[in-house]
Structure formats: C-alpha cells, structure tokens
Write a protein that binds this ligand. Structure first.
Ligand code: PMV
Length: 325
C-alpha cells in the first residue's frame, strides 16, 4: 500500500497550449518535449485505512487540493476508498514556469497507482498523469517524447505520450536561465482557457500544430540541432503570440526574458548553436550541444536580471525508488 517514485521535469519544444476537453484534460494538439535530468520530483504515497482525509505534505509548495482530486481518480481505478498520506518534494522552484506540475504529477501517478495495486502499462500511466497536468503525461518518459493528441474523446485513453528517442541516443543539454521564481499570476489552465476563448490567433495555432509536429519528428530523427532549434523557437513565439492576443493579454515575460532571448541570438551569430524556449513563466531554457553548455551558461549568467543558471542533460524515464524519507 506504499510506493515512492521519481519523475523528471520536461520542456516542450513543440508546445501544448489549449484543451479540447477540460473534464478529461484532453489537449487540443500534440506536443514534443525533452526530459530534464537535473530537475525532478520525488513523491511517496501510502494508502492508510486509519486516515479520514488525505494527508498531503508538499515540501516545495503546490496545491494539495489538486493532489487530492488526482488521488480520487486513482481510488476510482482501484475500486477503493482509502485515504492516503502523500509526501513530495522538488529539487527546484515550484509553480514558476519550470514544469513542476509535469514532474510532480508524473511521480504521483506512478507512486499512487503502484501503492493502490493498479497494474498499468506505461501508456496507461501517461494517460493517468495527463489528468493531473497535460505536460505530466510526457514526464513518464526520458529523452525526446511526443504527447499524442488522441482521438477518443469519450475515454481519453489514446491521449498519452510515446518515447521518440532515449536520452543517450542524442545527448544534448538544456541551460535554464532562472529570472524569477515567484509563483506565476495566471496558471496554465486559466491561461489556456482565456486564450482559447478570446485570442483570434488560437484557431491558427491549433491548425498549424500537426505540421509543426511532423517537422519536429523529422528533425529529431535526423539529429539536426539547427532545425530542431528553429522549430522550437517558432513554436514558442507562436504560443506566446496567441497569449498576447488574448483579452486581457497574457504576458509571462519580463525584461530579462527578452534580454536572455537576444543573448542566444547573439551566440548563434557567433556560430554557437543555442536555441531558446519559454513556458508560462519568465524563465528561458536553451537547447544546445553538451560541449557548448558552459559557454551558453556563461553568456546567460551575464544577462542583467538572470539570477541563476542551471545546466541539465536529458533525463531518464520516471521510476519507482526506495522511500527517500
Ligand atoms: O500541462 P500544464 O498545465 O503544465 O501546461 C503546460 C503548458 C506549457 O508549459 C506552456 C507548454 C507545454 O507543452 O509544456
């Protein structure tokens, strides 16, 4: 009745921004991400017949109510009512556009389903994690990962991630420039809802997704960093353009975000291949070759407003671990 798991954060190269169903949390489009070795969540779940409510301790912050609602899904799958004791921590800031909900719900899906005695395939676990947070479906796998939009609107069973390449098949680095670790003012679900309801660019965003995904699959298969980088920056800027077009407009950037973005363009002008992406927060993440990661780090660390810079290699699948507490 107890299990613990570790899952790594991921950063989307082709972004997910918009749901086609909020009850099942079905994405309007597919997405493609890389999993980050350096950023992880560890979660322990113990179902306990003596508890009358869930006892949830999120050491790095987060929404206990949302965790409890996710446990309801696991209880329904397992056909039981028992409440759970949950303990979780991240080795990085929570809720600041560093994908803490991705690693958090992936670790929770794995630990809770194992603790509840559910026999689930990796695809089933990924679809379960999706119901906690869309990006969490991708954190079940390491390396390069594609989230499939799926077609089954009744159960959502085919809206799960699939692995494209393992980390060792194309080792790259992601350099994360941390600009502000405060919790974002508009969470991703509210931001997506507002964008879909009010942005005139939303339909164009959805219409272009399949072509972006196909081009990215090819670029990853070819190990073509320049092409992967161009497509990554395009998807990121296009997603933020849809947000800017919402009413009221959603601006997750800060001045240092743009300065860091420009620094990457300057590095490329000097012949160094580094490409940026930004999620629903001010942080800039740069994809580059491992051999270039120190130079990218040094350049980003000089940008006024960048508080910290972390290098991550690509990370592994989510896994069960010994109780870390
Ligand atoms: O799954 P959520 O609710 O964490 O939303 C993820 C949204 C982005 O990070 C901006 C894009 C993505 O695909 O991860």
């Amino acid at each position: 009745m107890q299990a613990a798991a570790r899952a790594h954060a991921n950063i989307a190269l082709i972004k997910y921004w918009g749901k086609r169903d909020s009850a099942l949390n079905l994405p309007a489009t597919g997405s493609i991400s890389v999993t980050l070795e350096a950023l992880h969540s560890e979660t322990r779940v113990r179902f306990d017949p003596n508890l009358v409510t869930d006892a949830i301790m999120l050491e790095s912050g987060g929404d206990a109510e949302r965790v409890s609602r996710f446990l309801d899904l696991v209880r329904a799958l397992a056909g039981m009512e028992m409440r759970a004791d949950v303990r979780s921590r991240n080795n990085f800031p929570t809720g600041a556009g560093l994908a803490s909900s991705a690693s958090g719900f992936a670790a929770l899906a794995l630990a809770a389903s194992r603790a509840a005695g559910i026999e689930a395939s990796p695809s089933e676990l990924s679809a379960l994690a999706r119901q906690g947070s869309g990006s969490a479906a991708r954190s079940l796998y390491g390396g390069f990962v594609e989230m499939q939009r799926g077609r089954d609107d009744r159960t959502g069973a085919d809206a799960h991630a699939v692995p494209l390449l393992a980390a060792h098949e194309w080792p790259l680095a992601v350099v994360v420039a941390i600009i502000d670790t405060g919790t974002k003012s508009v969470g991703s679900t509210d931001g997506m809802t507002r964008t879909a309801a009010t942005s005139p660019f939303h339909d164009a965003w959805v219409a272009g997704a399949d072509a972006d995904l196909a081009a990215m699959r090819t670029a990853i298969r070819d190990r073509n960093l320049e092409r992967v980088g161009e497509l990554t920056e395009h998807s990121c800027l296009k997603m933020h353009a849809t947000m800017l077009g919402a009413q009221p407009g959603l601006i997750y950037w800060q001045p240092a975000t743009l300065a860091a973005w420009q620094t990457l363009a300057d590095l490329r002008a000097d012949g160094l291949a580094a490409y940026g992406t930004i999620d629903a927060g001010p942080q800039v993440k740069a994809l580059c070759r491992i051999a270039d990661a120190d130079a990218v780090t040094a350049a980003l660390a000089q940008v006024p407003g960048v508080r910290d810079v972390r290098i991550s290699h690509l990370g592994p699948d989510a896994s069960l671990i010994a109780d870390p507490w």
